[in-house]
Unconditional design. Structure first.
Length: 94
């Protein structure tokens, strides 16, 4: 399964407005960058308390990417809001 498809499945499963979820994917070197746009009503739900939900999604994506010898980066962009970025590395102790 492509990383974009996996991200789309996870986010749409959680979103109240899955029809408003948009994902774009691009690659830079060995990193797959997925840009996520959604309804502003869903941003809080997808990010979760203290970022727990979005970090869990990022961990799943990074695990899937590591099997392809790549890294994954998920950028959340709300309507007119600044991106919220965090890179989850499999090497990083958490």
């Amino acid at each position: 399964m492509a990383l974009k498809d996996l991200a789309e499945y996870l986010v749409k499963s959680l979103a109240d407005h899955p029809e408003k979820v948009e994902l774009n994917e691009r690659e830079e070197d060995d990193t797959v960058i997925i840009e996520l746009k959604m309804s502003s009503d869903d941003i809080g739900k997808i990010i979760g308390k203290s970022g727990n939900t979005i970090n869990a999604i990022r961990t799943i994506l990074q695990t899937a990417a590591s099997s392809q010898k790549k890294r994954a980066k998920l950028e959340v962009v709300g309507h007119g809001e600044l991106p919220i970025e965090e890179n989850v590395d499999s090497d990083t102790d958490q």
